[in-house]
Design a protein around this ligand. Structure first.
Ligand code: FES
Length: 111
C-alpha cells in the first residue's frame, strides 16, 4: 500500500523482544526516537513493544494505522523511513516485509 495521505495519530511499533533485540532493535528504536524528535512530525508516536510475532526477521517495525511492516531494519535506514514514509506518506518499498507486502521489492543487503 502506498498512500500520499497521512493518517492522524500514527504509531511506530518497534519490537524489543529477544530475537529483535539480538538483531539490533534497541539501537533502531533509539535512532527512530532521535530522528522523529528532530523531524518534529506531528501525531507520530514511537512505541517499543513486545514480540510482533515475526521473530527471526527483525528488527521488526510496524507503522499503524497503515499496517506497513518493515523487517531487518538497520539504524542507517531509519532516516529514510522517517522522511519518506512518516513525513511524506510514501513507504520505502525496498525494505517492506514481503510476507505482508508481497509486491514490494527485495532488499539485497546481507546481514
Ligand atoms: S522478537 Fe521481534 S517479532 Fe518476535
Amino acid at each position: 500500500m502506498v498512500s500520499s495521505q497521512l493518517p492522524a495519530g500514527r504509531v511506530v511499533l518497534i519490537c524489543q523482544n529477544t530475537a529483535c533485540r539480538k538483531a539490533g532493535a534497541a539501537a533502531v528504536a533509539t535512532a527512530f526516537e532521535a530522528t522523529l524528535q528532530a523531524a518534529a512530525i506531528p501525531e507520530v508516536t514511537l512505541q517499543r513493544c513486545r514480540c510482533l510475532g515475526q521473530c527471526g526477521n527483525g528488527p521488526m517495525v510496524l507503522v499503524l494505522p497503515e499496517q506497513i511492516w518493515y523487517h531487518r531494519v538497520a539504524v542507517d535506514q531509519v532516516v529514510a523511513i522517517v522522511e519518506s514514509h512518516l513525513q511524506h506518506g510514501v513507504p520505502v518499498q525496498a525494505w517492506l516485509y514481503r510476507k505482508f507486502h508481497p509486491a514490494s521489492g527485495h532488499r539485497s543487503r546481507n546481514r
